[in-house]
Design a protein around this ligand. Structure first.
Ligand code: MOS
Length: 723
């Protein structure tokens, strides 16, 4: 049972909103310890080979330069192995070891760092460094699916293995009355958050402080400690605010090591901030994926065969495996299913999770294919999905912990006005524009991690609750303040939540849409423990129950009262499959002469369990829709396959939606509480908001134009050439 709660479920404005819009919120690059010096990277200009000679004399002589570090003068670093591979690391391979040898594994690889008194002095000096290479004349820079290899056994362990099978999918496909067999392409995409990655590093003896953009302060500290061979406790990571990350700050990238190394070798605190161009090489990206989908259905539209095969890119030094086929294999009922996942190693930096990692990608292929199947069957797209609704997770053969998908189809269709859609493509118009309406299913895993928190009561009657989690934008500060105030029975204004510091109670990554469902219960546990202590104090001093907390503390002569709390999921939860669900509806207006697509509106209906703060949840979902507009219509890395370079490594040419691209977005939440996952009742939401948006838009474009685009993004040329 879920009890009634104070501010849980109310649309509290962001508690950190004012600090963010007034500039008081401090981001990693803005911390400026005493004597701060500035760093600039030197990067490779070839895709594969080795450095033959690196000439740094003129850089060293340049004004203001304090240090030029390359593989020739950098110390050998211990790079101790981790006891257990952190969850955010690729399934196999080894992270790039900076300045440890002359090898070049990708274009844009950091091969040196300059430290100077000012940023422009550092950048100027870096530009003076001359490098000669032994060039590998056959770099792996072309995306050729023929060279793909099955994902490894290591991927298998994480549920991202090379193959899964149920029944005889190929036989059933061949025998099916209705078939779709198509290939879909999602290009390489970049996170492009507002805040660039930055690290400020300061050594005091053998202790290191890092102000670093990260979604996981503990792992950041652990990893840098291993690189330098020092105890984890010697590295203090601080990161109170993140200006968007989308997964790019889950891992500790090589530039963090470079900042720490530059600080150690120069004897100064050093700031290293990646330029917008460097963000295309020095952190990860969403890998390009080509997927073949084969759907076979009987005359009534019941799926008989569901086959999905994906080929995605990775680097030559690490095997990054997205969970691309997890959701597609779990969405619909079909007696026969088969998935195959292959990886194509290329001379590139390693890909990494990017919002809805794999899930959004897998759904693009599946949900466009489902639309094609609906057309083939002459069935309404929602009806086709309802006929194939999975009563339990078919891949894992487990019951859902909760599943409001059918309610999402209903609520979304009603809010959108799906009944006004005429089924025929190219049959609706608004003036001279073709109008199209499309929909897609959204689905994203909603796991929960073990977490911890502390709760502290002060004699002035205020409380602080802490956990070493992060807030990259979804509103952790606000949601956790609500949960804490509720658990303590205190007004919101008297409770503060703090995060983003590796000295706070341990938490796992702020990723995978797990934060509310994971940290929330730990916050509750810490608050409950604090109330218990408070009760003990009251009893000890025989204070009446009505006496306020501050009075209790003063009577007891206490300045503070503190308690710790831990929470993890019950064993029982393993018998369930926990996902969040949604249905996305989109209307596009297409100019028949120019092939330009305007997104008139998007409506999403979501099941994410109990919503802690509807305003924040709504923002998450419409934010996902904005990113989905980018995915469907704009985002594409222009990759020069001769040199393995990103041609549009800037946000002038790597297109993302701007305000003018966003007209009318809305999100509704179907009622429901997931009591299996936790007594809080919440499931993950964030990344669900991106899932299903791109395919809904592609399906709407088909409905408007009768042109089926299977290679994202849907640019005007693809529509014009097809008509
Ligand atoms: Mo998200 S890609 O888990 O930050």
């Amino acid at each position: 049972m879920i009890e009634a709660h104070g501010t849980i479920g109310s649309s509290v404005p962001r508690v950190d909103g004012r600090d963010k819009v007034t500039g008081r919120a401090k981001y990693a690059a803005e911390f400026a310890p005493e004597g701060l010096a500035y760093a600039a990277l030197i990067e490779s200009t070839i895709a594969a080979g080795a450095i033959r000679r690196i000439e740094t004399a003129s850089a060293k002589r340049a004004p203001g330069v304090l240090l030029v570090l390359t593989h020739e003068n950098a110390p050998k670093l211990p790079y101790l192995p981790a006891k257990e591979r952190p969850a955010v690391e690729p399934v196999a391979g080894e992270a790039l070891r900076v300045l440890q040898d002359a090898r070049i594994l990708f274009n844009g690889q950091p091969i040196g760092v300059v430290v100077a008194r000012t940023q422009s002095q550092a950048e100027y000096a870096a530009s003076l460094v001359r490098v000669e290479y032994d060039v590998d004349t056959n770099p792996l820079t072309r995306f050729d699916p023929a060279n793909a290899k099955p994902a490894s056994a290591a991927a298998e362990k994480k549920g991202r293995g090379p193959e899964s099978r149920q029944g005889d999918a190929d036989g059933a496909f061949a025998a099916a009355a209705h078939r779709v067999d198509q290939t879909y392409v999602q290009p390489r995409e970049h996170h492009s958050a507002m805040e660039p990655h930055a690290t400020v590093a300061q050594w005091q003896g053998d202790k290191l402080t890092l102000w670093d953009k990260t979604q996981w302060v503990y792992n950041d500290a652990d990893e840098i400690a291993r690189v330098f061979g020092i105890p984890s406790e010697s590295v203090h990571v601080i990161n109170p605010y993140i200006g968007g990350a989308f997964g790019s700050a889950l891992r500790t990238w090589p530039h963090v090591t470079l900042a720490a190394l530059a600080a150690r070798q120069s004897g100064r605190a050093v700031r290293l901030e990646l330029s917008r161009r460097q963000l295309f090489y020095s952190i990860g990206f969403r890998p390009r994926a080509e997927q073949r989908v084969q759907l076979g259905a009987d005359a009534d539209g019941h799926l008989q065969a569901l086959i999905q095969e994906a080929v995605a890119q990775t680097s030559t030094y690490e095997e990054f495996a997205d969970a691309t086929l997890d959701v597609p294999a779990s969405t619909y009922a079909s007696a026969n299913r088969r998935t195959k996942y292959s990886l194509l190693p290329m001379n590139t930096n390693t890909p990494t999770p990017m919002r809805g990692p794999g899930h959004a990608t897998g759904l693009i292929a599946q949900e466009i294919a489902m639309d094609e199947l609906a057309v083939e069957l002459g069935l309404d797209p929602i009806e086709l999905r309802l006929r194939n609704f999975a009563e339990r997770n078919p891949r894992k053969d487990l019951p859902w912990s909760s599943n409001g998908l059918r309610a999402c189809y209903r609520a979304g269709a009603e809010r959108f006005g799906w009944d006004k859609r005429s089924p025929q493509p190219r049959s609706m118009r608004s003036g001279r524009h073709l109008v199209g309406m499309g929909m897609a299913t959204a689905m994203n895993p909603a796991p929960r991690y073990p977490s911890s928190a502390s709760a502290t009561l002060f004699a002035d009657g205020t409380a602080v609750v802490r956990s070493a989690t992060s807030d990259m934008g979804p509103g952790t500060y606000t949601a956790m303040t609500q949960i804490a105030a509720d658990a303590l029975g205190m007004p919101l204004a008297k409770v503060r939540f703090e995060l983003g510091d590796s000295r706070m109670p341990i938490a796992k990554e702020h990723g995978g849409s797990t934060t509310t469902a994971s940290i929330g219960p730990a916050v509750r546990a810490a608050c409950a423990a604090l109330l218990e202590k408070l009760h003990t104090v009251r009893t000890q001093f025989q204070l009446p129950q009505a006496e306020t907390n501050d009075v209790v503390l003063r009577h007891a002569g206490l300045e503070i009262l503190e308690a710790q709390g831990k929470a993890e999921s019950a064993e029982e939860q393993k018998q369930y499959s926990t996902y969040s669900f949604g249905a996305v509806f989109a209307e596009v207006h297409v100019d028949p002469d120019f092939g330009t697509v305007r997104v008139a509106r998007i409506v999403g209906a979501y099941d994410a369990g109990r919503i802690i703060n509807p305003r924040l949840a709504h923002s998450q979902c419409i934010g996902g829709m904005v990113q989905g507009i980018g995915m469907a219509l704009l985002e594409e890395t222009a990759w020069d396959e001769r040199f393995g370079r990103v041609v549009n490594a800037n946000i002038a040419e790597y297109l993302i939606p701007v305000s003018a691209d966003v007209i009318d977005l809305d999100a509704v939440f179907v009622p429901g509480e997931d009591t299996v996952l936790s007594s809080l009742g919440s499931k993950g939401l964030a990344e669900l908001g991106l899932c299903g948006v791109a395919p809904a838009l592609v399906n709407a474009v088909w409905h408007a134009t009768k042109v089926r685009v299977r290679h994202l993004p849907v640019t005007p040329d693809k529509l014009l050439l097809a008509t």
